[in-house]
Design a protein around this ligand. Structure first.
Ligand code: HEC
Length: 165
């Protein structure tokens, strides 16, 4: 009886823990979310370019925007290009809810896509999952190079990235 009680307490503790980087994986949590909410505009299926193709040529970039497609984020590798290199912090800048340093109090312009239209609680919950996946201290809005008042991303910040596959 005592044992059962202890088990119940332990199970409760596990459920109560917030999402941790160790539990969140690209395949289990992130890919299905991006497939559901981003693939219409960010997948190979949608005709989206890679980030290099997107940024390579100004005129073509404008055309992509008109066509409502942005850099592909439908594979682990293409997502990492928007997190670490070459487009460091792009994923965080666009998906932040406005509370991070350098967000200027404004949500990124892709944050609203993280949920069914207007379901703020779901957007917030999905952001939490993404932050846990990126890793404690890894959700930084800095670019690879400094811009304006925002310093370049540091090696120490990059070292925090977890991004479990
Ligand atoms: C209705 C189409 C649409 C949806 C849905 C959408 N995006 Fe976008 N996204 C775009 C377009 C178009 C751009 C390029 C224009 C811009 O920079 O805002 C873009 C830009 C971005 C960028 C910046 C990339 C760069 O290198 O500049 C990121 C990151 C991003 N989106 C992530 C996401 C994520 C993650 C989701 C899903 C939660 C999402 N987007 C949903 C259309 C969309």
């Amino acid at each position: 009886m005592m044992k059962l009680k202890l088990l119940a307490v332990l199970a409760g503790a596990v459920v109560a823990l917030p999402a941790m980087a160790a539990d969140v994986t690209y395949r289990k949590d992130v890919a299905p979310m991006l497939e559901k909410y981003c693939a219409d505009c960010h997948s190979a299926k949608a005709g989206a370019p890679t980030v290099k193709e997107f940024d390579d040529d100004k005129a073509r970039k404008e055309q992509y925007k008109k066509d409502k497609v942005g850099p592909r984020n439908d594979t682990y590798e293409t997502v990492l290009q928007l997190i670490a290199y070459p487009d460091a912090g792009a994923f965080m800048r666009r998906l932040d809810d406005g509370t991070s340093q350098y967000a200027g109090g404004k949500p990124g312009n892709m944050y609203k896509y993280l949920c069914e239209k207007g379901n703020d609680a779901e957007c917030a919950a999905n952001l939490k999952v993404l932050k846990a996946w990126v890793g404690e201290g890894g959700w930084n809005l800095n670019r690879f190079k400094a811009r304006g008042d925002v310093p370049a991303i540091t090696k120490e910040q990059l070292d925090k990235l977890q991004l479990k596959y």
